[in-house]
Design a protein. Structure first.
Length: 332
């Protein structure tokens, strides 16, 4: 089904990082980027309790996609319907995670060897929802041929109705490399993703992997439909502060790093009132002043004090006071 979502730029789903609290923070920096949840398994949604723990989000987070982990078409279809009911704008199937734990449950990158299962899952999910169903995959796994096997995978899944593929431009080596090594060791192959777009011009092809700045994004957008950034958007969140102006020709919401942090105060207050701990919220802000004078003092103050019993907004305010207000409004 054709999507009206603008996927020009998105922040990748990352376990333990792209939580609802990070996403609320990201929205103080960009209103236009498409945000993704952490991967949530079908088992967690169907059998976990309370469901709010896995699916809860704030209205400010939209546009927002839920990434699902699973391979059973029936379970994925049921979870897709639940995601739509919870208000998500897109459901994405994880065909890229290389960890042993998910391999053992036929989740993630190992599914690249089973395009028939992915196609069946996409078809079943689309039958249950009106929101887009998309796939995030690698360019291959292990000894697969990066040209023939990737083309075969995309063709089979597209035939089932998937129109959007976000491709991490690295192979995943399921034997011999750890999940961490799989993020860095296999070489990036951007030209393969560019050829994929040229080969299937009717499909939306997004690129992911190793991209660190908005100039790189702009260059990639000459060759593909969208760009997804992962770790850099988390570790250096100020990168997001000029996404709207530079990639969407829209106004940026944050005028400074301090303004972005202060804009999150009402959200933090609300979450603290719900029983959340301050350090679980402010850990996502630790990279906000990366490279700035006083940035290390800011990080240290939060790290040493936000975990304390009863820690509240005063801790954040004190940390902000350790950094000069006149930081230049620049991003990558």
């Amino acid at each position: 089904m054709t999507s009206t979502l603008d996927r020009t730029f998105s922040v990748a789903p990352m376990m333990d990082w792209t939580t609802r609290d990070y996403r609320a923070f990201a929205r103080t920096l960009t209103r236009r980027a498409l945000l993704y949840t952490e991967m949530v398994t079908t088992g967690a949604i169907l059998y976990g309790s309370p469901r709010e723990r896995f699916l809860g989000h704030d209205p400010v987070e939209h546009p927002l996609a839920l990434q699902l982990g699973g391979s059973d078409a029936g379970a994925l279809a049921e979870c897709a319907a639940i995601a739509e009911h919870w208000g998500y704008d897109e459901v994405n199937l994880n065909v890229g995670c290389p960890s042993d734990r998910v391999q053992n449950n036929l989740i993630g990158a190992c599914l690249m060897a089973h395009p028939d299962k992915v196609a069946a899952a996409v078809k079943a999910m689309q039958a249950q929802v009106s929101i887009p169903v998309t796939v995030k995959c690698r360019i291959g796994i292990d000894d697969q041929d990066e040209d023939a096997d990737l083309a075969r995978f995309v063709e089979q899944v597209a035939e089932a109705g998937c129109e959007t593929f976000i491709v991490h431009a690295r192979k995943a080596w399921l034997e011999g490399l750890s999940p961490k090594e799989n993020r860095d060791v296999p070489p990036l192959n951007y030209p393969r993703v560019h050829r994929l777009k040229a080969q299937y011009p009717g499909l939306h092809i997004g690129i992911n992997g190793g991209i660190k700045g908005l100039e790189e994004c702009r260059a990639q957008l000459d060759r593909v439909d969208s760009v997804m950034i992962g770790r850099e958007a988390y570790q250096n969140p100020w990168l997001l502060s000029s996404v709207d102006s530079r990639l969407y020709n829209a106004e940026d919401p944050a005028t400074s790093r301090h303004a972005a942090a202060r804009a999150l105060r009402p959200y933090i207050a609300e979450r603290l009132a719900e029983g959340a701990r301050l350090n679980h919220l402010t850990r996502h802000l630790l990279g906000l002043f990366q490279g700035c004078p006083g940035g290390r003092r800011f990080r240290r103050h939060l790290s040493e004090n936000a975990h304390r019993e009863g820690a509240g907004l005063a801790v954040l305010d004190d940390a902000l006071g350790l950094v000069a207000e006149d930081q230049p409004a620049m991003a990558g």
